[in-house]
Each structure stands twice: as C-alpha cells, then as structure tokens.
Write a protein that binds this ligand. Sequence first.
Ligand SMILES: Nc1nc2c(c(=O)[nH]1)N[C@H]1C(S)=C(S)[C@@H](COP(=O)(O)O)O[C@H]1N2
Ligand SMILES: [Mo]
Length: 309
Amino acid sequence: MKNPVAGNIPASEITPRELFYNRRRFMQMAAGASAAFLASKVFATEKLSAGTSSAYGLTDKLTPLEDVTRYNNFYEFGTGKEDPARLAGSLKTRPWTLSLEGEVHKPKTFDIDELLKLAPMEERIYRLRCVEAWSMVIPWIGFPLSELLKKVEPTSKAKFVEFITLHDPEQMPGQKTTVLEWPYREGLRIDEAMHPLTLLTFGLYGEMLPNQNGAPLRMVIPWKYGFKSAKSIVKIRLTEQQPVTSWMKAGPNEYGFYANVNPAVDHPRWSQAKERRIGEFFKRPTLAFNGYADQVAPLYAGMDLSKYF
Ligand SMILES: Nc1nc2c(c(=O)[nH]1)N[C@H]1C(S)=C(S)[C@@H](COP(=O)(O)O)O[C@H]1N2
Ligand SMILES: [Mo]
C-alpha cells in the first residue's frame, strides 16, 4: 500500500520535506478547496475512508501554522504556552512504539513506522477547543482510531480506552515537577473511541507532527476539550472500568471524564459560552460539541451533561 506519509521508505530514512507534498501548494488549495477536491489532490492514490466531508468544519479559516506550533499546551515541557516550542526538541520520536493491551484478544506492540502504513492517511480539518476558551482550526493527518482498535479485537469487557503518554523525565523535563500526575493519562468510552471522528494523528499542515504538537502520534477528539487529545502516546489500554485521568486527579470538580465542549456548562472558574479563535480579536459563541453535534450528540442520548461533564 502506498502511504502519503510513509511512502515505501522507512520514515527514519527520510526527512519531513521529502515525506510531504509542497506546503505552499497545499496552503493555496486549503484556502478555497472543498474537502473532496483537497483530499483527491493531496492523497491522489488513496481511497479515503467514509466520513471525510465539509460537515467536519472545513469552511472555517485555518489557524496559521505559526500559531499552531508556537502556542501549545504540553505540560511535559512546561506550563507556559510558548514553553513546548522552545523545549520539546529534547523529545526523541524514533524509535517509538505504541502498545495496545488490556481487554483485547490480540495485544500488540506496533512500531511507529508500521503504524504509519497500517491504514490510509486522511486529512481532516478539525477544530481544537481548549478548556481555557481558546480554539484553533488545524488540518490534521491521521486515520480513525477504530482502524487500529479493530486490529487488536477488543473483548466484550472493553468498555473504556485509556491513552498513556511517554514517561521519561530526561526527555520531558516538566515531568520533574508535580503539576500533573505522570505519565499523562486520558480516556474515552469505547463507543467514543470507535467513533469515526476520533482520529489517531501523525501530522498536521502536511508535515509530520512537530514535537510540541505531540509527535510522533497523538489523539484528536474534536468534539471534546483539548485535554482529552493526549500527545506523544506510547500505550492504549482497553479496560472494563472508567480510567482516572491526570486532569480528573488534578481537579475533579473542574475536569470531568467526558469533557464534551458545552457552552451551557461552565468551568467552575470561568464561562464556557464563548471562545477566542487564536488570531482573532473578538470572541465567538462556542458551539455544542464544538460544532460536531450532528455526528456525536446521539452518543450521549439520555445523559445529564451537567452531571457527566
Ligand atoms: N501528554 C499531554 N497531552 C496533552 C496535553 C499535555 O499537557 N500533555 N495538553 C492537552 C491540552 S490541555 C490541549 S488544549 C491540547 C493542545 O494541543 P496543541 O498544543 O497541539 O494545540 O493538547 C492536550 N494533550
Ligand atoms: Mo487545553
């Protein structure tokens, strides 16, 4: 299979520039193109999985790459927004493995280069909305997490999925502090994890993920607050019990397990009704489920979302 990210050469042998198409051409296309056109140009030989459509936020103006890569939350490299861009160079992203374990019939450790070839890459422009009420619009590259989960065959006891970031204080100096419990842990319910919007992500803006954005692979769950989208993950564990995440431990009243973007449920210390798109001056109203309600609201039918926040 030809893969636009990995090609046929091991990723360790090629530079990001060789891996991807010309960025300027991509930017021109992204400015006006429809999803289908963009996808057909970018991944000309790829069969795109069902689910890529303009309904997923393609009409939004993209956040400039400079902001996407210089204004980050990645506490392993400090709590300041500009710390990760400055400090994440110490993260070694090769060799890298991702282990799938727990309630699965076929546990397996995948090498990053094997993962890159596992499923066709898709480009999807998704909003990322931080709990701190800023947001960005980013062209991500990856494939639905469901593709990977199906390969390891979840057991009937697999009710939740836990995502675990690398734990190595030498490479991640922020882990020498106690600002969060390390390693960073996040989680989803299994149906959320299997939802076609939930993306295992390897790149953005046509390039491999910059370290500060969670290289070499991270989650992107566009209808939830940004903290659910764990970066630089090394383990995915399927469990029967709901995992306790790093943010739930840090502030159980502030950060719930579900963390669906919800303008009607405020964070205890600030409103969630509006957000500032990075690069814009005026705030805009926040949309339920970050604008993906049509796709994901049925997952929560009958649930009290002020209780399960
Ligand atoms: N391992 C890890 N993943 C993480 C974080 C973190 O501190 N550590 N921060 C989260 C938060 S709060 C947000 S808003 C997003 C930010 O992603 P970005 O910097 O790529 O925009 O990453 C999330 N994933
Ligand atoms: Mo965030």
